[in-house]
Design a protein around this ligand. Sequence first.
Ligand code: NAP
Length: 265
Amino acid sequence: MKFAIESRGDRLSDTLKHKMKAYLTDFELTYDDETPDIVVSIGGDGTLLHAFHRYQHRLSETAFVGMHTGHLGFYADWVPEEVEKLVIHIAKTPIQHIEYPLIEVIVRYSDEKKEERFLAMNECTVKAVEGSLVLDVNIKGERFETFRGDGLCLSTPSGSTAYNKALGGAILHPSLEAFQIAEMASINNRVFRTIGSPLILPKHHTCLLRPLKEMEFQITIDHLSGFHDNVSSIQCRVAEEKVRFARFRPFPFWKRVRDAFVAED
Ligand code: NAP
């Protein structure tokens, strides 16, 4: 089996990376950061986002597992004291996978530029570079509302505990094939009106955002951010691809939510 290790780059994560690399090589696994079967991410959820984007072209061949060297993560739930245990699992146990849904984002342009396609593991956010974001929100082919405000956040179930949660969105269990649209400071008065509540869309319901005037957009895909002009539409839906995590022990999602946000013990 071929493995790769993505480290956050701090001293502890790098030390653990070298340790794991040596242990796994002793077990006759091959270090291969081009075509790994499994990627171990050491750091935090942010590190796993980096690993996901590095290997997003081979999601059906690569599984991920995360170790956190800071606070408990949603994608990173192994702790440094468990290095040996994790190594033995990877080297000796048949790998079981669980899969989480992703969001597909397609940006289309009004000029000759080709459309661009992105996959997000947490979320896509859409903001205007200057002034308020003004666009029509279409759902399943029908105009739903005109949004005016700071921006929109379209999140996956596993990303619902990240930016989406800070916006008052719901936490979705990652077994749900759905995505959520949460508003960022919408303008609501006698003239402008938006739904105001987060919306949860099932698989195969597409959300199409259409600008009402020429504006430059800032679009983020997880930790990655880009500026886009001449945008004719931004299309979001649940992707066909999924991200696979290697599961060596149960760690129920709601327990992780409680441990990360509620539990004091
Ligand atoms: P960052 O600004 O350095 O860190 C953002 C924080 O979000 C980190 O504490 C990270 O955990 C945590 N996080 C990432 N994915 C998560 C998830 N699925 N559930 C719960 N927490 C999660 O940025 P980054 O590390 O490059 O991560 C990019 C992410 O930051 C974006 O995808 C977005 O979700 C999030 N973000 C959040 C806000 C907000 O809450 N107001 C604003 C902007 C962006 P670790 O410390 O374990 O890495």
